[in-house]
Ligand binder design. Sequence first.
Ligand code: AMP
Ligand code: MG
Length: 502
Amino acid sequence: MSAVLQPPLAPALRWRNRFAQLGPAFYTALPSEPLPAPRWVARSASCARLLGLPSDWWKDADALEVFSGNALWPGMQPLASVYSGHQFGVWAGQLGDGRALWLGEIDAPGGGLEIQLKGSGLTPYSRMGDGRAVLRSSIREFLCSEAMHGLGIATTRALCVTGSDLPVRREAIETAAVVTRVAPSFIRFGHFEHFAHHDQHAELAQLADFVIEHHYPQCRDAAQPVAALLEAVALRTAQTVAQWQAVGFCHGVMNTDNMSILGLTIDYGPFGFLDAYDPDHICNHSDHQGRYAFARQPNVALWNLHALAQALLPLLGDADEASERALAALESYRTAFPQVLLARMTAKLGLKAADEGTRELVDGLMRLMAADRADFTITMRRLADFDSAPGARNDALRDLFIDRIAFDAWAVRYRQRLRQEASIDAERRVQMQRVNPRVVLRNHLGETAIRLASEGDFAEVERLLGVLAAPFDEPARPSAQDRADAGFPPDWAQAIAVSCSS
Ligand code: AMP
Ligand code: MG
């Protein structure tokens, strides 16, 4: 990393860098490794606005160098944080930011936002890795971060991707890229596990105080602030994972070091959106046991919350009392998760009452979809057009199922329910289209953008970003491209393999 620059944009940014004030037990301060001859690959105008940057921020003479890890603006304070964690259910020991670098925290209009480079070179926590990220995975992370935000799901954001000809070895030789990620905090469950594992109770307490003070201030005045924190984290995690399940998002690597203390979706690797609905779908080809299969995600989140609770035990009072408090806090996840998911699915089916009758309708539909491998996104979107008139055949929806008789039986019950609720088709349709996306980042859409980008054509990444930023919008006169974005995956999509190697 070269000299500190004084570009026109830099003085406009106010830096707070609160994480850095935690002290050296929490990180190693170090510069990034330069990325040779960087070029812009993609930028998110929406993320720039969040940061309070002007629309032409990237034209600043040094922006490309700064967001490639080749220069610093004044106020930036690069560091790699240390964390540990459980990977695939097993204690993995010390991990940490092995290829990410925290640059600082901007005092943005909506509150503090931390900036992090991913793929910016070796750190003391790189273990066997090379500290780099490849263009392919960086575009996937960039697009999915912004797509999740477009879907209304809590996530780390992505400001930009820069690329270089620097070769990086994965299964094949690829090229290096750097993604700039943005979040109020990048603290993970694994940060707590790290200090608990090493019996560093002072640092553990310091970290909990920090998170409460800056991110969960409502817990400060609770009788047991740390128990209140655990409960609040459990509730946010329940919200986020329920939204994943409702939109067919499979994270792929729900290790405890990939769990955000803010309940954000973080660390986009071998993720995938379901095409055909299969509850047992495993999106990560390295997940041989299917630990992180789609339908297992809610339980994995709870398992991970137990690991967090375990780490927080020393802060929860003497032994018996502590485990009682921890279990009580985790109970809130067990209660909240099914409620939040049912509320989501109630909205997706365009129903009003989230009761037992609705749950049966939801379960019935999901069973049919699973049996016939109906496309998750298309089925839910077409449901918005359901005609509740007696005798209506609803062919566009019905044709998605092989067992039409079973579908018809379900449709009769659905129609009855709609009638009971005095539901009006046209109104329901509008409401349902706001919660059932027309388009999600299916693997094949990302793959096409990646292929073109690796040939030097970044226009498709930008186009896709625009589509994914407004995933619920129905184009007035859909073009062939609009129809393709929202259509079934092509046959070749099945051959796309995504793994931890990114
Ligand atoms: P992940 O599975 O991507 O969440 O990564 C797990 C751990 O491995 C984290 O500590 C990462 O920082 C680290 N890691 C992953 N890939 C690399 C790499 N190419 N170089 C260095 N560290 C890496
Ligand atoms: Mg990770």
